[in-house]
Design a protein around this ligand. Structure first.
Ligand SMILES: Cc1cc2nc3c(=O)[nH]c(=O)nc-3n(C[C@H](O)[C@H](O)[C@H](O)COP(=O)(O)OP(=O)(O)OC[C@H]3O[C@@H](n4cnc5c(N)ncnc54)[C@H](O)[C@@H]3O)c2cc1C
Length: 306
């Protein structure tokens, strides 16, 4: 919408939710990703300034696009979290929630939590659940998180130094001014689990993956790999570990981070003869790892071609 409007097109932006930003609204509450509050603010300002017609609370269906009003339709409907309902016994219990329900503040979790899936979102959720600075975001609720003027309290420099063992000693009495950080008492007990064997987070970004791995280690997240999920009950989650032993992890809540599925229903089917030219971009085109840059580039490239 931004690039198309910059190039002088008349643009209408439809959004099913009552806020713009899509999944950035989930990413922005993750400790260290607060910058995404600014990304959303920047785009909203730009779109308003460029006169893009913004229609919130508008779930678009095919009929709405077939009246010949639009010459081009860019389908950027993103992804939905994969659900385990129908695939894992107990996945429909109320204590089993998606990362989207958690990070939007719609639902909260108890003191012990199992996170299913240790990809980028599983790591982010584990960090979110164990970060101790500021007011716990899940207590704020969805309305506060939607308020464009709301900013989470950033971690103070002192807390950051304490967490990472960086001293303020400018005489460098210790090597590089570093010390071994004090043990952190996590605010929750979190189990982060993956089905594949081997180290958790091996596929995270090369330059920043170590930060995420270090965070979950220092915050006492119990890492479980090579696990098979058997069922969820009111006691917790039953798993079979990589030794073939059945085990109950007693948890209050389960957060499902088991991947995402593209939403591209608005694209024409074979045989349809739409008036407009259709373009598919971002997560709607490919639900892969966390990559907003690709989605934004897709949008910019389509906008310069039309
Ligand atoms: C926890 C988390 C952390 C992340 N961290 C990072 C990160 O650090 N770096 C990074 O690069 N990426 C990150 N991402 C991924 C990034 O947010 C996505 O790649 C990006 O948002 C994809 O953009 P999109 O426009 O394709 O789709 P989305 O952001 O999914 O937006 C799609 C929008 O379309 C709306 N919609 C769907 N159907 C309709 C309809 N029929 N009518 C109207 N509106 C509709 C949806 O409500 C939604 O607002 C993260 C994602 C998550 C969940």
């Amino acid at each position: 919408a931004h690039v198309a409007a910059l190039r002088g097109h008349d643009v209408t932006l439809f959004e099913a939710r009552d806020i713009l930003g899509g999944q950035f609204n989930y990413a922005k509450v993750i400790p260290g990703k607060e910058e995404f509050f600014e990304t959303i603010r920047y785009y909203i300002n730009e779109l308003e300034h460029l006169g893009v017609e913004i229609k919130l609370n508008t779930q678009v269906d095919k009929a709405m696009l077939s009246d010949g009003k639009f010459q081009h339709v860019v389908v950027a409907t993103g992804v939905v979290p994969k659900s385990l309902e129908g695939k894992l016994e107990g996945a429909d219990l109320p204590q089993v929630i998606s990362y989207a329900e958690l990070l939007s503040g719609e639902k909260s979790v108890g003191d012990t939590v199992a996170v299913i899936g240790a990809g980028g979102v599983g790591f982010d959720v584990s960090e979110y659940l164990t970060a101790r600075h500021g007011q716990p975001l899940d207590e704020l609720g969805p309305e506060t998180l939607k308020d464009p003027s709301y900013r989470p309290e950033p971690q103070s420099v002192e807390e950051w130094r304490e967490e990472w063992g960086v001293t303020s000693d400018m005489n460098y009495q210790t090597d590089g001014g570093l010390i071994k950080p004090e043990g952190i008492t996590p605010i929750r007990q979190v189990y982060l689990m993956q089905r594949s064997k081997g180290r958790l987070g091996a596929g995270l970004n090369k330059t920043t993956g170590w930060v995420h791995r270090a965070h979950i280690k220092s915050h006492g997240v119990i890492q479980v790999s090579g696990v098979q999920y058997d069922k969820i009950t009111n006691e917790g989650i039953w798993v079979t570990n990589d030794q073939g032993q059945s085990q109950l992890l007693r948890v209050d809540s389960v957060v499902v981070c088991a991947g995402q599925e593209s939403v591209a229903e608005l694209m024409p089917n074979v045989g349809d003869a739409p008036d407009a030219q259709y373009h598919l971009i971002g997560g709607a085109k490919l639900a892969a790892e966390l990559d907003a840059k690709r989605a934004i580039r897709d949008g910019a490239e389509v906008a310069v071609q039309i």
